[in-house]
Write a protein that binds this ligand. Structure first.
Ligand SMILES: Cc1cc2nc3c(=O)[nH]c(=O)nc-3n(C[C@H](O)[C@H](O)[C@H](O)COP(=O)(O)OP(=O)(O)OC[C@H]3O[C@@H](n4cnc5c(N)ncnc54)[C@H](O)[C@@H]3O)c2cc1C
Length: 349
């Protein structure tokens, strides 16, 4: 390990909390690294890239994919080190007050402070419990929709009955040839307004039903029919399909907390105990975003930004005790003088 390998802050998680923390940490002149387990930055927003986010102050209603683009641009302003495909599996103490983060590939990362921005952990979609279903993931079985246009004039079967499945059904209804929504319960579990919308449009709702079989084309590489079964009547129905979308929720991995030796306290399965300044019970480790839960916490993107500012300011004071306890407002900040042209391009493009 050389001095160059040591960062002031290493941010684990590349969602809104991690990306905004990266920007803010640069603003406070800390040497910053952000590490993300998945191949792309953006966190949970990657689950709903096509959906419109309305509730980020001052931003016009924007698809989540666009919000990711803005967050990433902003995070890059102070040239941080950005690593994707880097899953951190443990945090341990090293010498000289350093922490050592170990990645799944064995790489070690050395840092003075840590920002946990891991959301609800690494999310993996709950898979369709039908043998062999995984081979269609490269053709017409998906767990998130990346591009509504792919569904134009297609027959789409969506399995699930929560907010996400209902939203997709409503979004696809005017685009697809026909949308079928299959749900194993007798009542949908979504926002009332979206359920009402669904009940009044052409989506074909199959309640108390589930997919029991997939039939493929002659080459065996694409689903052409799904067979569903109604659980009370046991009646089976065959539906011709072009695309199958499964929305059965997510399972989250928490290996990081299970393996780490630093003594982070869990208050639920996925939250780390931290106060509203992002301080965990381990000095030098801070947290922001969905991972934290304190009185008044807002589990939304706006809440993640608020947490990031507080936690980064705490980190600055941890690393440099004489530092001011908050950044000056960015609009008066000299650091931006040579960045202004770049920023103008980003935000007013
Ligand atoms: C369907 C849906 C719609 C939503 N709509 C809105 C909305 O309209 N408005 C709004 O404000 N909010 C909305 N939200 C909530 C919003 O997405 C979250 O509040 C926000 O993403 C939280 O950001 P985060 O950075 O804390 O966590 P996340 O976005 O979950 O990011 C955490 C990141 O950490 C990574 N990570 C976890 N563990 C590790 C590890 N060990 N090593 C490396 N990386 C790791 C994960 O892979 C992930 O990328 C919605 C959420 C969902 C699911």
């Amino acid at each position: 390990m050389t001095q160059a390998d040591i960062y002031d802050v290493t941010i684990i998680g590349g969602g809104p909390a991690g990306l905004f923390s990266t920007f803010y940490s640069g603003l406070r002149e800390m040497k910053t690294k952000i590490v993300e387990a998945s191949p792309q930055l953006g966190g949970k927003l990657n689950v709903y890239t096509e959906k419109i986010i309305w509730d980020i102050g001052a931003l016009p209603p924007s698809p989540a994919g666009k919000v990711i683009e803005h967050l990433v641009e902003q995070a890059k302003v102070f040239n941080p080190t950005i690593l994707t495909n880097t899953k951190i599996i443990s945090i341990d103490r090293g010498t000289q007050d350093l922490f050592i983060l170990t990645a799944e590939n064995g790489d070690k990362h050395f840092t003075k402070a840590i920002m946990l921005a891991t959301g609800y952990g690494i999310l993996n979609p709950r898979k369709l419990a039908i043998e062999g279903a995984e081979k269609y993931e490269v053709s017409n079985l998906s767990y998130t929709i990346q591009g509504l246009e792919k569904m134009r004039d297609k027959i789409v079967v969506i399995s699930g009955g929560g907010d996400s499945a209902i939203d997709w059904a409503n979004l696809l209804e005017p685009i697809a040839k026909q949308v079928h929504l299959i749900y194993r319960q007798g009542e949908l579990k979504g926002h009332e307004s979206e359920v009402t919308r669904l009940n009044n449009n052409s989506v074909m709702l199959h309640l108390d039903s589930e997919i029991i079989e997939l039939t493929a084309n002659e080459d065996g590489d694409k689903i052409t029919k799904v067979i569903i079964k109604q659980k009370d009547t046991l009646v089976e129905q065959t539906i011709l399909v072009d695309e199958v979308v499964i929305n059965h929720g997510f399972e989250s991995e928490h290996e990081l907390f299970e393996n780490s030796s630093v003594g982070l306290e869990k208050i639920e399965t996925h939250y780390v105990a931290a106060n509203s300044y992002g301080e965990t019970q381990v000095k030098g480790i801070y947290a922001a975003g969905d991972i934290v839960s304190y009185d008044g916490k807002v589990h939304l993107i706006a809440g993640a930004f608020h947490d990031a500012v507080n936690a980064v300011n705490q980190i600055k004071m941890y690393i440099e005790p004489s530092a001011f306890n908050r950044a000056r407002v960015s609009s008066h900040n000299d650091k931006f003088s040579d960045k202004n042209q770049e920023l103008v391009k980003i935000f007013f493009a």
